[in-house]
Structures are given as structure tokens and as C-alpha cells.
Design a protein around this ligand. Structure first.
Ligand SMILES: [Zn+2]
Length: 121
């Protein structure tokens, strides 16, 4: 299950960042998942719970933001976001395009948590 290795990477990254940010407790991880990333969200959520167990981010919520596929349409000379990943074709004029500008993301972009209180060290 490839979501499990992804979940482990996300958890590892979150733990590192929380440490650098001085977060005492992490309450949420914000993750962007592109429609072309190949990640099944339900599988990722399930894997995340397993991967987070026993780490500094255990109990933190996983908040997933969907990123639609965006292609560049050479006919419109514009970026167009697709209502579905397939077909890769401009939704306005119908021109096929393989020039993908977004939708492959799989990234941790924010952490929520409680910082260390000053004078409490
Ligand atoms: Zn177009």
C-alpha cells in the first residue's frame, strides 16, 4: 500500500517541522493532494493514523485540500482547471493538452499546534 509510505514521510516531515517551529503539541496537518498524485484520500487517512501513532503528531488531524488538475491550453493561451483529471482537454475550447501545471502535488504545507510558552522552559 503506497499510501502508508507516503503517510510515514508526511509524519516524519511534520515532526521535524514541529520541532523547528517550537510546537509543543501539533493539532493539525494541512496537506495538498493533487488529483493526479495517485493518492486515495481514504487510504491516506487510514495510513496516517497508523503512521502517526506513537509520534509527536499522534492525535493531530489530517486536513486534506484537493488540488484540481490545471492544464495550459495553447489555443486559449490560458491555464484551465479541469473538472475531472481525464480527459486532459481544455474545458472551454476542447483542445487537448499535456501541459500540466498543477494536480501532481502531494505536500505538507502547514501545521497547526500550540507553541512552547515563553518562560516555561
Ligand atoms: Zn482552450
Amino acid at each position: 500500500m503506497h499510501e502508508l509510505s507516503i503517510a510515514h514521510q508526511l509524519v516524519e516531515l511534520a515532526v521535524e517541522n514541529a520541532d523547528r517551529m517550537g510546537l509543543r503539541r501539533v493539532t493539525a496537518l494541512h496537506v495538498r493532494v493533487g488529483a493526479l498524485s495517485g493518492v486515495v484520500q481514504e487510504a491516506l487517512r487510514f495510513a496516517y493514523d497508523i503512521a502517526a501513532a506513537g509520534t509527536a503528531v499522534e492525535g493531530a488531524r489530517l486536513i486534506i485540500e484537493d488540488v484540481p488538475v490545471v492544464i495550459y491550453c495553447p489555443a486559449c493561451r490560458a491555464e484551465r482547471s479541469l473538472p475531472a483529471p481525464v480527459p486532459a482537454r481544455c474545458p472551454v475550447c476542447g483542445t487537448p493538452s499535456g501541459d500540466v501545471r498543477a494536480g501532481r502535488e502531494l505536500e505538507l504545507y502547514a501545521l497547526e499546534g500550540e507553541a512552547d510558552e515563553e518562560g516555561n522552559r
